[in-house]
Write a protein that binds this ligand. Structure first.
Ligand SMILES: Cc1cc2nc3c(=O)[nH]c(=O)nc-3n(C[C@H](O)[C@H](O)[C@H](O)COP(=O)(O)OP(=O)(O)OC[C@H]3O[C@@H](n4cnc5c(N)ncnc54)[C@H](O)[C@@H]3O)c2cc1C
Length: 477
């Protein structure tokens, strides 16, 4: 049996893992953090891009289009939140309408369907809260929104059910070749052998490539800061509202999320620190002032949290996908936007190529579907009653803001690639994602984690070894 090692448990590593599990091979994913979706995949706009922005004849354009088309079926099969809500690119200046037409033409040449140029009035009919100053818009009906971390977790769970081994807290620190096999070492002293190594390490993919290949690559971390609004703002935008893109990216957007919040951002600034996820006064100020240009009635008092993500910008300008000059070492690097959109297509492409490299046969019994955690908050009363009848833990609300039950949290902890810490529960169930940002429910989530995992309360972590309680908590073992 051939051994394949995937480095990185973001959306790309997990999509590749799931698709490789269709073949007869031993697939192992090494992730340096304590969970999947802890890098760029958990902090982005969550837009399934239509594909009008990518430069024609690039890998970005190719995989954007292919990936976008796969979402309806994939979201059903893997049961993650996705909606094809459409997008508008707003133009505020008559002199820039030519630029909007260029974007339309680029979309057509990329093969995007359903594009339309609108005047300002028609755009306001679709989105009544956009500015009076809008003189025209590009309408892209095939654009969508997805919950990026839930999509990544769905991929990981399905890969695990199909045989992929997930190993966490494994930071790859060296890779060498021993005869025909790769030897991959992690910083905890463990080592692994593989016939093929696949580099899906996000902003660190250059470090991994440069351990192995003479042809060096450079990945620049390009930070994007965001503000997230309370669900009371949900009706401010139905579609994703972009401004005209610039050299640095797609600009500041205002968009609904799949769970009914409004997201605004991101900024775009190159940073030295590839771990620096702090937000800044200036960055958030920029997000707010630019988002007001599109939707003037946004009120920053309704912001419930802010965060940032790091784009893995390749200085080559395009995705780097393929076997390197070193046989059996495969790069999936520089996967900045539209990387989330492209992930389903990249996953299939990489798995097919690696299967060819290793002459792998398909295996029988691949499980195509995965069922997500029941989402109590969106159920009818009848559905809720049925769920509680079968499992009374669904009758106990733990997170009041997001209406998350104990049943959902226990399920999140005990399923394949389950939640091990507070952030793991949050990403899988939304406990702590609401208005109070876990002020009320964190302690109760910690109690459940301690009980289900058989650990002490003060051993429960936020994420990645980050302790929450120091010393013995009063009244607790
Ligand atoms: C601000 C912003 C907005 C974006 N908006 C969109 C959007 O709307 N639509 C869209 O399609 N795309 C968007 N993207 C791009 C998209 O988020 C990324 O393309 C995608 O998440 C990349 O996934 P990944 O798996 O390559 O990287 P990551 O999610 O970063 O995963 C890489 C993983 O590798 C691990 N790793 C790193 N080094 C090592 C090591 N040495 N050993 C073991 N593990 C290691 C990391 O811990 C991490 O978990 C956006 C990105 C940003 C930053």
């Amino acid at each position: 049996m051939k051994d394949i090692i995937i480095i990185g448990g973001g959306i790309i590593g997990c999509a590749v893992a799931r698709e490789l599990c269709r073949y007869q091979a031993k697939v192992t994913l090494l992730e340096r953090r304590s969970d999947v979706s802890q890098g760029t995949t958990k902090a982005n706009s969550g837009i399934v891009h239509a594909g009008f922005d990518a430069k024609p004849n690039t890998l970005k354009a190719k995989f954007n289009l292919l990936g976008n088309a796969m979402f309806d079926e994939l979201a059903k099969k893997l049961d993650f939140p996705f909606k094809r809500n459409g997008a508008l690119v707003l133009c505020f200046d008559k002199d820039e309408l030519g630029g909007l037409k260029d974007l339309y033409d680029r979309g057509i040449s990329n093969g995007v369907e359903g594009l339309e140029l609108l005047d300002g009035e028609k755009a306001r009919e679709l989105e009544p809260n956009i500015s009076d100053k809008v003189v025209g818009a590009l309408y892209a009906k095939t654009s969508g929104i997805v919950s990026p971390y839930e999509m990544c977790i769905a991929y990981a769970e399905n890969a695990a059910v199909n045989g992929c081994q997930f190993l966490f807290k494994k930071e790859v620190c060296s890779i060498s070749k021993d005869k025909d096999k790769w030897k991959v070492r992690a910083s905890d002293g463990s080592s692994y052998t593989a016939d093929v190594v696949i580099n899906c390490a996000g902003v660190h993919a250059d470090d991994i490539n440069n351990m192995v290949c003479k042809e060096k690559i450079e990945i620049v971390a390009r930070k994007g800061e965001y503000m997230l609004y309370d669900k009371s703002c949900t009706n401010l935008a139905k579609r994703t509202i972009f401004q005209m893109p610039s050299k640095m990216g797609k600009g500041v957007l205002v968009a609904p999320t799949t769970h009914g919040n409004i997201i605004t951002g991101p900024t775009a600034s190159d940073v030295e620190d590839k771990e620096g996820l702090y937000t800044t006064y200036d960055g958030l100020g920029e997000v707010y002032s630019k988002s007001l240009v599109s939707v003037p009635c946004l009120n920053k008092r309704l912001v419930i949290t802010q965060f940032s993500g790091l784009r893995a910008h390749s200085v080559s300008g395009d995705f780097i996908i393929g076997e390197s000059s070193q046989k059996g070492f495969y790069n999936v690097a520089g996967i900045e936007s539209p990387g989330l959109t492209s992930a389903p297509a990249i996953g299939v492409h990489v798995a097919t190529e690696v299967a060819n490299i290793l002459s792998l046969d398909k295996k029988d019994g691949f499980v195509e579907t995965r069922k997500g955690i029941p989402h109590f908050a969106t159920m009818s009363d009848e559905e809720r009653a049925e769920l509680i009848k079968n499992n009374p833990l669904y009758g106990k609300i733990i997170c009041k803001c997001e209406v998350v039950t104990e049943g959902e949290i226990v399920d999140a902890i005990n399923r394949p690639v389950g939640a091990k810490d507070v952030d793991g529960v949050k990403l899988r169930t939304r406990a702590g994602m609401g208005k109070c940002q876990s002020g009320f429910c964190m302690e109760r989530v910690m109690d459940i984690l301690a009980r289900e995992r058989g650990i002490a309360f003060d051993e429960v972590e936020k994420c990645d070894g980050g302790k929450i309680v120091f010393g013995k908590a009063k009244g607790r073992k």
